[in-house]
Design a protein around this ligand. Structure first.
Ligand code: CDP
Length: 516
């Protein structure tokens, strides 16, 4: 493809309509550096369809600069930027002027006002109107471009969070992907504004990433964050602190709860140059909870997703099924709680897996992997699973397995009861019809007979009812779970959606694997 630079919307639109393409859009203000280069390279590496085009825009948005900020001196060098963008894999560059973006001038277009809860935090508190300007222009740009995907850097974390929320609230069906902050060898984050720093300022500025790095190491060792210590390092190096905080990465509010993912963020003035930097703090690897009703396809995708992440796969349903099998095979009455307690208290339940494909489940050293899928176990499991002793026992075991994180667990109550602090919660559903169809295929594969799809649908609905209406840890969507209805989606598509949800909760800076 010939690499193109467009100045006007008309030229760009003509060309785009000729290409009949899906656009991956990387909006920038120019002054391109290795951070932008990385975004473009990532976009290129992740192209999934031949008709995808990577479009980089260069537009210095006047709306996001405050009165005394650096709009006039912001770096402008289109030919250098174009060279970097094309070398990194951009297919086209769009460099609109002000009136291409705001044809009637900014006062004749709608402006976006960022909610105060997000705007009054971090940079928003220091730069009135900045994020309103960012949000307003991004809406103008995507309206013109109509991209399939938007790529943003994690460096401007607050901006990323605001744009995600904006698209969510306006139901804009554009996927947002974000990629990690790029740093030079000394750990200094690339930024267009770094070019303002004199040599001596650059030396002082180095203390920002260095102090943050020291704090992160200390956190990992001792589980403490000493903001005072960071502040004194910054001050010693003549940096004026605008903010230095530990916040919840999504609400951006200050937090003292350092058990989950949190963000240590700082903004400083070095001479007249404003610099921001951050790091994510996390005490353990991520936990992903995938809940949902019977037959929604959880097992297949959870297993594949765990494999993709290199995480432990935990099938909690298999544990309830194994317990049910033990109870049935010992001819214990499912409502006889005393006997159930008696047999379970000395039982040993374990998973054995040489790989993700054939994980085995053993109860009292008996391999019950296949046996627990029998229609008999299936029809009795919900009755057993509602009992308090059974739930407490298995929940505890599941929590022990997930202690260190790095786990994808599937079940009914993972996000609500087993791991209420899970970093990513997904509620996977499908219509009963679709689920019955999937179950019939599964049963056929395993060599079990069934009377009809209609009966399977009834059985599934009955089990859902029992699971949802039970007293302890019923099946329900956690308030902070993302619901995904998988009707009509193949496994690859579901995995793509799971990856997308995962990435919107776990930045690349926190967890990166080549498969994601
Ligand atoms: O049949 P399907 O594969 O969808 O279900 P499963 O994941 O094998 O779970 C079988 C049954 O175990 C469910 O219907 C629930 O009654 C119970 N279960 C539970 O109560 N809590 C969990 N976390 C997982 C499963």
């Amino acid at each position: 493809m010939v690499q193109k630079i467009f100045q006007t919307n008309a030229e760009l639109k003509d060309w785009l309509s000729e290409q009949n393409s899906a656009i991956i859009f990387i909006p920038t203000m120019g002054g391109l550096h290795p951070g932008h280069q990385y975004l473009i390279e990532k976009a290129k590496a992740r192209k999934t369809k031949p008709n995808q085009i990577i479009l980089v825009s260069i537009f210095i948005n006047p709306l996001q600069f405050g009165k005394n900020e650096d709009f006039k001196k912001y770096p402008r060098n289109i030919s250098k930027d174009a060279e970097l963008a094309f070398n990194a894999g951009a297919d086209a560059i769009w460099t609109p002027d002000y009136f291409e973006v705001f044809p009637g001038g900014e006062n004749s277009h709608f402006k976006i006002q960022v909610p105060q809860t997000l705007n009054n935090q971090l940079c928003g508190a220091e730069r009135p109107g900045h994020f309103d300007g960012v949000a307003t222009v991004i809406i103008r740009l995507v309206k013109i471009i109509r991209p399939e995907k938007l790529i943003l850097g994690e460096k401007d974390w607050q901006q990323l969070i605001i744009i995600r929320r904006l698209f969510q609230e306006l139901s804009i069906p554009i996927k947002i992907e974000s990629y990690s902050t790029q740093r030079d060898q000394s750990g200094f984050a690339y930024s267009s504004r770094n070019s303002y720093l004199s040599d001596s300022e650059r030396l002082n500025a180095q203390s920002l990433p260095s102090a943050i790095k020291v704090a992160k190491t200390e956190f990992e060792k001792e589980k403490i964050i000493n903001l005072k210590k960071i502040a004194s390092i910054l001050k010693e190096n003549h940096l004026q602190i605008e903010y230095l905080k530990v916040v919840d990465p999504f609400s951006l509010k200050e937090t003292e709860n350092i058990n989950g993912l949190c963000l240590l963020a700082a903004a400083v003035k070095c001479g007249s140059t404003r610099l921001i930097d951050h790091t994510f703090l996390m005490q353990r690897k991520p936990i992903i909870a995938i809940d949902g009703p019977a037959g929604a396809g959880k097992s297949t995708v959870t297993k594949a997703f765990a494999k993709r992440l290199g995480f432990i796969y935990l099938d909690t349903g298999a544990m309830y099924r194994a317990v049910t099998w033990l109870i049935i095979s010992n001819s214990i009455n499912p409502s006889d709680q005393a006997q159930i307690k008696n047999i379970l208290k000395d039982s040993k339940l374990e998973f054995q897996s040489s790989n993700f494909v054939d994980q085995k489940i053993l109860i009292n050293n008996i391999d019950v992997t296949e046996k627990i899928r029998s229609p008999e176990v299936t029809s009795r499991v919900s009755e057993i699973a509602k009992q308090q002793f059974v739930r407490e026992l298995l929940t505890k075991q599941q929590q022990v397995i997930g202690e260190g994180g790095g786990l994808v667990a599937e079940g009914r109550d993972i996000g609500t009861a087993v791991f209420p602090d899970a970093d990513v919660k997904i509620f996977l559903t499908a219509t009963p019809k679709e689920r019955a169809k999937r179950r019939s295929i599964d049963l056929e594969k395993r060599g079990y007979e069934y009377s009809s799809i209609e009966d399977l649908e009834k059985e599934i609905e009955e089990r859902d009812k029992q699971d949802s209406e039970r007293e302890i840890a019923p099946l329900k969507k956690a308030h902070d779970a993302v619901e995904l209805c998988t009707d009509g989606m193949n496994i690859e598509k579901v995995l793509e959606e799971l990856t997308y949800i995962f990435r919107s909760k776990i930045p690349e800076e926190v967890w990166a694997t080549p498969n994601l």
